[in-house]
Write a protein that binds this ligand. Structure first.
Ligand SMILES: [Fe+2]
Length: 246
């Protein structure tokens, strides 16, 4: 399996605090069959003020230790960018770390607030698409507005936004409403990938294996492979920052 959403860069957001924590997270996910992990730290102005420089620095620290400890998991970096007007400036100044490519466009992992969908989001998505940036919405099933009004996602689907579901949502870890919406999106064939969004081993570990089995049982093995392995692998392999053990 290939995990395209994780918080394994040490000390720059609410994920791994140290590189040793990151190694523990990655080793744990490897035990469940994850072979490639994309680091997607938060870029969330005022909360996690990351930029390309802070992400590159943390990634270099991570891979140095991975080499030393002979960690076999391939890693690369992107970011999980909180939706905000500043994204336009970041795009214009080439400061957005992309997940990889999607049909000739740069693929950007975008997060809505958990409470609502901010006004103006559709316009921002239009601007991104016009500028050759393909948005992928992180865990829409965890948004409280979408619990009540799932049809609010329709304008984003109509614009071609891709959807990332979080593995633990499918297992009920974020409550019944997230679980229900996650399965609705999977069963309607509207989800693009499933990823772990792992932060730590205690409250937010990697649940990819359990979620894969749940999708294979409830839907089909082929669908599980597409969501957890095939599509994420295509994206990961198009990322220009891949590191593997030498
Ligand atoms: Fe995340």
């Amino acid at each position: 399996m290939i995990d395209l959403h994780s918080h394994i860069l040490a000390g720059i957001d609410d994920g791994a605090s140290t590189v040793d924590d990151a190694i523990a997270l990655v080793n744990h996910s490897a035990l469940s069959g994850v072979t490639k992990v994309l680091a997607t730290p938060h870029i969330h102005f005022g909360t996690f003020d990351n930029d390309l420089a802070s992400i590159k620095k943390a990634f270099a620290e991570l891979t140095l230790k991975f080499q030393k400890e002979q960690i076999n998991t391939a890693v690369a970096y992107a970011a999980e960018v909180r939706i905000c007007p500043e994204i336009i400036l970041l795009a214009k100044t080439k400061q957005l770390p992309f997940m990889g490519e999607w049909q000739g466009s740069d693929l950007l992992l975008i997060e809505f607030p958990h409470s609502h969908i901010p006004p103006g989001s559709e316009k921002l998505i239009d601007w991104l698409i016009k500028n050759n940036i393909q948005p992928m919405i992180a865990h829409p099933e965890r948004n409280r507005d979408l619990w009540k009004f799932p049809e609010l996602l329709r304008p984003f689907k109509q614009r071609g936004c891709l959807l990332q579901i979080t593995a633990a949502s499918l297992l009920g870890d974020f409550g019944e409403r997230s679980e229900k919406l996650a399965w609705q999106l999977i069963e309607a064939h509207e989800a693009t990938i499933v990823a772990s969004d792992m932060h730590n081993l205690t409250r937010r570990p990697c649940k990819m294996k359990e979620a894969f089995e749940a999708v294979a049982t409830r839907c089909s093995q082929a669908m599980a492979e597409r969501l957890f392995t095939d599509t994420p692998d295509l994206i990961f392999n198009s990322n220009p920052t891949i590191w593997t053990l030498k």
